[in-house]
Design a binder for this molecule. Structure first.
Ligand code: HEM
Length: 212
C-alpha cells in the first residue's frame, strides 16, 4: 500500500497528449447527426402543425421546414435515414474502439452534481478538451438515449401496424405521438444548452471542426 502511494506521488505530471482531440470519424458523424437532427426537428414541427396533439399549440410556420405537410414528410423521411445509419455508425465505432467506455464512463449522480455546482460557480476546468467532465458525459449520454427514444417512437408511429409490440411498449399509437413530442422537446432543450456551452468554450468548437 505504502509502495503504491509512494509510486503515485513520485509519478511525473501527465504530459498533454498529442494527436487529434476528436478523431475524424467522430467529427464527421457528429456534424451529420447534428444536421439530420435539426432537419428532422424543423420538418417535424410542420408535420405536427398538420395535426396538433395539443389543441391551440402550433409552431410558427416561419421556423418550420418543408412548406406543407407533403414537403415536410419528405424532409423528415430523408433525414431519418441519415440519422439512423449515421447514428448507428457513431455508436458502433464508439463501442468497437473502446472510446465509449473511455470518454463517457464511469459516471455517477454524485459526480454530475459536483461538476454541475462547479460549472455554475465558474470553478470547472476546461483545460484538457480530451476529457469530458461529468456534466458533459451526462449531457451526451442523455442525448444519445433521447435520440434512440425519438427513433423508436417515430418507428412506432410510422409503422404502427408492422411493429405492434413497439407500439404497445409506447402505450399505443396516440401515446407514441406524445412520447415522440416530449423526446423532441428534450432534444431541443439539449441543443439550447449545448450551444450555450459551446459558446462559453469556443475552443471546443475549433476542436470539433479541425480535430485539434
Ligand atoms: C443538433 C443536434 C446535436 C446533437 C444531437 C449533438 C450531440 C453531440 C454529442 C453526442 C457530442 C459528444 C460527441 C463525442 O465526443 O462522441 C457533441 C459534442 C460537441 N458538439 Fe454537438 N450536437 C448537436 C449539435 C451541435 C451544434 C449545432 C454544434 C455547434 C454549433 C455542436 C458542437 C459540438 C462541440 C463543439 C462538441 C464538443 C464539445 C466538447 O468538447 O464537449 N453540436 N455533440
Amino acid at each position: 500500500m505504502a509502495t503504491s502511494h509512494a509510486l503515485r506521488e513520485s509519478a511525473p505530471p501527465a504530459k498533454p497528449q498529442s494527436g487529434a482531440i476528436h478523431p475524424l470519424w467522430v467529427r464527421v458523424t457528429h456534424w451529420l447527426n447534428a444536421l439530420a437532427a435539426i432537419v428532422m426537428m424543423l420538418s417535424g414541427w410542420r408535420i405536427y402543425n398538420a395535426s396538433p396533439i395539443f389543441p391551440g399549440f402550433r409552431f410558427a410556420p416561419e421556423i418550420t421546414l418543408g412548406g406543407w405537410l407533403g414537403g415536410a414528410l419528405q424532409w423528415h423521411f430523408a433525414a431519418m435515414w441519415l440519422l439512423v445509419f449515421n447514428g448507428l455508425l457513431y455508436l458502433a465505432l464508439n463501442l468497437a474502439s473502446g472510446r465509449f467506455m473511455r470518454k463517457f464512463l464511469p459516471i455517477s449522480p454524485r459526480a454530475v452534481l459536483h461538476d454541475l455546482i462547479a460549472a455554475l460557480t465558474g470553478k470547472l476546468s476546461h483545460v484538457d478538451l480530451r476529457v469530458y467532465n461529468a456534466v458533459q458525459k451526462f449531457a451526451y449520454l442523455f442525448v444519445v438515449c433521447d435520440l434512440i427514444v425519438l427513433v423508436l417512437s417515430g418507428l412506432a408511429i410510422w409503422k404502427s401496424v408492422q411493429f405492434p409490440l413497439l407500439r404497445e411498449l409506447m402505450g399505443g399509437y396516440d401515446n407514441a405521438r406524445i412520447v415522440h413530442f416530449f423526446a423532441m422537446s428534450l432534444m431541443a432543450a439539449f441543443i439550447v444548452v449545448h450551444l450555450a456551452m459551446v459558446a462559453l468554450v469556443p475552443r471546443s468548437l475549433v476542436a470539433m471542426l479541425r480535430g485539434r
